[in-house]
Design a protein around this ligand. Structure first.
Ligand code: 3UK
Length: 507
């Protein structure tokens, strides 16, 4: 792809002002439960917020603005306004607590906060809160963002003249293994992700309607539900608190064409899908964690759609290996998307050939830049980004996910990847969800332990546990079968849909 950008570049201006110049002003940019904003209306909102940030709050180029809100048109406008005003967006996940917010406020040296009124509570209890905290989507009373916007003189806000390599976004990882790490991204990175995956894989255009679950605070959602649609002149549907049922309804009602969500959502939607008219849908993208073959097949059977799996990371900003439009190899994540390179490293750190499981290394137009560089040397080695995933490549250059490198189960000398055992278990009709981890064991070092959530109405007992063990042995090498099985009501997951294996190991 052509990824040459001018040295002076403001990504928000590039997304919004260009859209107007191209004559897209009357198209719908964002829909939500009660609203539909055209590109012209979105630009106007963004410009007014940008004016408030610079003139009323007195923020200067490079200042950092923490953002807090569920997926909503106003949240989208706030993010874009921060970028257009030459400030740095620090989005935060809606469910974060005061302690986590305090850590982010301190680490990112935040100068101001834009916060949805409903999420104000935890914020007020956080340390390092700056003086400038402005709320939106509340009663619109004195001091609210809406009130401040009312006083803005009419006219267009001239975008701040930023460099293509100025930081515009600090995105925090979910920090499953400790303190969240801030990752920095440039104005050009924001455009680069729009010009890679969507063009090679989605082939998106004006007529597309994007929909899905990931929060805008998660780069999966920021890209998929805001940046990609704007770059393509398409519309996006921003909804909060979606469930598998309400997402299916929304796909039908908004005639969505491209859906972004995590594997668990597809797994839960598949058995219900037949009850909805989903004929508008042409692409279903799965990311965030491994897509089990069983889930891919269930969704395809229910909808006729071949799922697009993509691996992305906060450090890389978005997806870098994925299935392409017509090039889907079930079981594989796919191939590096045009613009990116990937390889598998062996134990010595050398590129390994096909058939070897090793550490995934990637490079491309985006890459890891930690805010405080303590982990930088672990993630970026010789210009390659090490994502912490164990992968295997086949003869044709397709990449197969095995597990997180530190989640590989080693039992009696065998390396066993939990997700492979999970995929086998998910094929059993009694199993709704499962998570497989290594449990310390005197004889074998570790044994394979499965936490299983059963479908409603099924009773977990010893006979079923034994049946599940036999079922797994019938599908994959018998040494991989779960020697321990525990029936649980639910699995611990992050706000981004990832299974928290460390919590299972602590059980
Ligand atoms: C795992 C996957 C197997 C993998 C993300 C799309 O998930 C995102 O970012 P995070 O920083 O986590 C990164 C890690 O998650 N993972 C993500 N996708 C897949 N594993 N198959 C997949 N398809 O361990 C990776 O290193 O939360 C995803 C776009 C933007 C993102 N930030």
């Amino acid at each position: 792809p052509e990824l040459q950008y001018p040295d002076r570049l403001n990504c928000a201006a590039e997304l919004l002002d260009r859209a107007i110049e191209r004559g897209w002003g009357e198209r719908i940019a964002i829909r939500s439960a009660g609203a539909a904003w055209t590109y012209a209306q979105l630009q106007q909102q963004v410009d007014r917020i940008a004016y408030v940030l610079r003139t009323r709050l007195g923020l200067k180029t490079g200042n950092r603005v923490l953002l807090r809100g569920a997926n909503h048109p106003m949240m989208a406008a706030c993010v874009l306004a921060v970028l257009k005003a030459g400030l740095v967006a620090v989005p935060t996940m809606p469910l974060l607590r005061a302690r986590e917010l305090g850590a982010i406020l301190g680490k990112a040296e935040v100068n101001a906060v834009l916060c949805a009124d409903a999420l104000r509570g935890e914020l007020d209890a956080a340390e390092h809160l700056p003086a400038a905290v402005v709320t939106f989507n509340g009663d619109g009373g004195p001091g609210s963002l809406e009130m401040l916007m009312n006083d803005v003189p009419p006219g267009v806000f001239a975008p701040c003249d930023t460099s293509a390599e100025d930081v515009c976004l600090i995105s925090f990882t979910s920090g499953t293994t400790g303190v969240p790490k801030g990752t920095m991204h440039f104005h050009r990175d924001v455009l680069a992700i729009c010009d890679c995956f969507p063009r090679s894989t989605l082939k998106s255009g004006h007529d597309d309607v994007f929909i899905g679950t990931p929060p805008l605070a998660f780069t999966f959602g920021l890209g998929g539900l805001l940046l990609f649609p704007l770059r393509a002149g398409a519309s996006t549907v921003l909804l909060e608190k979606l469930t598998p049922e309400t997402l299916l309804q929304a796909i039908r009602d908004f005639k969505a064409t491209i859906c972004f969500t995590a594997p668990t959502f597809y797994r839960q939607m598949a058995p219900l899908a037949a009850q909805y008219d989903l004929s508008s849908l042409r692409k279903s993208v799965s990311a965030g964690e491994a897509l089990p073959l069983a889930t891919r097949e269930a969704w395809q059977q229910a909808t006729g759609l071949r799922m697009i799996d993509g691996i992305g990371a906060t450090e890389m900003l978005h997806i870098f290996i994925s299935a392409a439009d017509d090039d889907i190899r079930p079981g594989a994540t796919g191939r590096p998307i045009p613009g990116y390179q990937a390889c598998v490293l062996d134990l010595d750190g050398h590129p390994a050939g096909p058939g070897v499981i090793g550490r995934l290394a990637v490079k491309g137009p985006t890459g890891c830049r930690y805010l405080a560089d303590e982990r930088q040397r672990d993630y970026v080695v010789n210009g390659w980004n090490l994502t912490g995933d164990a992968y295997e490549m086949d003869d044709d250059g397709y990449f197969f996910y095995r597990s997180r490198t530190d989640d590989m189960i080693i039992s009696a000398g065998y390396n066993i990847a939990g997700p492979e055992v999970e995929d086998a278990l998910l094929r059993h009709p009694a199993v709704a969800e499962c998570g497989v981890v290594g449990k310390p064991d005197q004889d074998r070092g570790q044994i394979v332990e499965a936490f299983v959530v059963l479908k409603s109405g099924v009773e977990g007992n010893d006979a079923l546990a034994a049946a599940l063990q036999e079922f797994v042995k019938g599908q994959i090498a018998p040494y991989k079968y779960p020697r321990a099985i525990r029936f649980v009501p639910a699995l611990p997951r992050t706000e981004t849909g990832k299974l928290q294996r460390f919590k299972l190991r602590q059980e």
